[in-house]
Design a protein around this ligand. Structure first.
Ligand code: UD2
Ligand code: MN
Length: 281
C-alpha cells in the first residue's frame, strides 16, 4: 500500500548519517525490484577459494543460486589455485561464472588481505562496462534466505554479527597507532565484517585501492593489522561512510544463538575447523 510505513520497533533502521540499515520488515521488495529491474543491472560477485577452502564452493554456489540476487544478472568471479576442484553447479538464466587461476599463499592472513588488490585489479581490467554493482563475499558461507536488490547501494557494509550491540570501546579495531588501520578508542560507528563488501564499481574500486595501499604501508612498516584487511576496511568506513548498511541478517554465523531481532538469516558463516582448513595456525 503506498505510503504504508515499514517499521521495526526493536532495531535501528538508520545510521546517524541517515543511511538505511537493512532489516527484514523495513522495505517493500516489490517496489525495490521495480526500480532495479528497469535498470537492467549486472552484479559482479567475487569469491576466493584458495587451498582447502575449495570445499565450501558447492554449498556456497548452490545456495547463492537459490537466494542471491535471483532474477538479476550475476557474474561470479572465482579466484582459486585449484580450478580442477571447482564443482559443476547449474546456474540460472543470466548468471555466469568465471574462474580465475590465482597463486595461493602459505598464510591465511595473506590470502584474506590480498583480496583487496585482486578486487581492485579485477574492476580495472575486467569489469568496466560489464557490471554495475559488485559484492565481495567470504566463501566459507551459505545463503539461507532471500538476498536481493534491497542490498544495493553506492557503498555497502555489513554489521559483524559478533559485535552487533557491542559498545564502541569493545570493537576489535586496530588500536596500535603505528598501523594505518588505527582507530582511537573514542572513534568508530560500527564494527563491519570483512566478509561482505559491496557497492557501485567505482566506489568499491576506491575502497579496495585505498585499503590495498594502506596494507602496503603497513607491510613496509612491518606491522599487520589485528584483523588484516577487515581492520583497514573498518578504518575506511569510518571516514567514507557506507550509504547502505546491511544488518547481521546478511552476515550471521551458524554457531551463534539467534536473538529475537533476527527474523531471518540470509547469509551465514558455516562451522569450520581452522586447524583442518587453514594453511597455518
Ligand atoms: C565473518 C567475517 O567478517 N570474516 C572475516 C574474518 O575472519 P574469517 O574467519 O571469516 O576468515 P576466513 O578464514 O573465512 O578467510 C577469509 C576468506 O579468505 C579466503 N581464504 C582464506 C584462507 C584460505 O586458506 N583460503 C581462502 O580461500 C576465503 O574466501 C575466506 O572466506 O577476518 C578476516 C580477516 O583476516 C576476513 O576479513 C573475513 O572476511
Ligand atoms: Mn570467513
Amino acid at each position: 500500500m503506498p505510503g504504508q510505513p515499514f517499521r521495526r520497533p526493536d532495531v535501528a533502521a538508520t545510521t546517524p548519517w541517515l543511511a538505511p540499515i537493512v532489516w527484514d520488515g523495513i522495505f517493500d521488495l516489490k517496489m525495490i525490484d521495480k526500480i532495479y529491474k528497469q535498470q537492467n543491472i549486472t552484479v559482479a560477485t567475487t569469491v576466493f577459494a584458495l587451498g582447502k577452502y575449495v570445499r565450501f564452493l558447492k554449498d556456497f554456489l548452490e545456495s547463492a543460486e537459490q537466494h542471491f540476487m535471483v532474477g538479476y544478472r550475476v557474474h561470479y568471479y572465482l579466484f582459486t589455485d585449484r580450478p580442477d576442484k571447482v564443482p559443476v553447479v547449474t546456474l540460472g538464466e543470466g548468471r555466469q561464472l568465471t574462474v580465475i587461476k590465482t597463486a595461493s599463499s602459505n598464510r591465511w592472513q595473506e590470502i584474506s588481505l590480498r583480496r583487496m588488490e585482486m578486487i581492485e585489479k579485477l574492476i580495472e581490467e575486467e569489469l568496466t562496462n560489464k557490471a554495475d554493482y559488485i559484492f565481495s563475499l567470504d566463501i566459507d558461507s551459505k545463503f539461507y534466505g532471500h538476498w536481493g536488490a534491497e542490498s544495493l547501494g553506492d557503498l555497502v557494509g555489513v554489521l559483524h554479527a559478533w559485535y552487533f550491540r557491542t559498545s564502541r570501546k569493545g570493537f576489535p579495531y586496530e588500536r596500535r597507532p603505528e598501523s594505518q588501520a588505527f582507530i582511537p578508542l573514542e572513534e568508530g560507528d560500527y564494527y563491519y565484517g570483512g566478509a561482505v563488501i559491496g557497492g557501485h564499481l567505482d566506489k568499491v574500486h576506491k575502497l579496495a585501492k585505498t585499503c590495498r595501499m594502506q596494507l602496503e604501508v603497513d607491510r613496509a612498516n612491518q606491522i599487520e593489522a589485528v584483523w588484516q584487511e577487515e581492520s583497514h576496511l573498518n578504518k575506511y568506513f569510518l571516514y567514507n561512510k557506507p550509504t547502505k548498511v546491511l544488518s547481521p541478517e546478511y552476515l550471521w554465523d551458524d554457531r551463534k544463538w539467534k536473538p529475537s531481532y533476527m527474523k531471518v538469516v540470509r547469509f551465514s558463516q558455516v562451522v569450520k575447523y581452522y586447524a583442518e582448513i587453514r594453511p597455518n595456525p
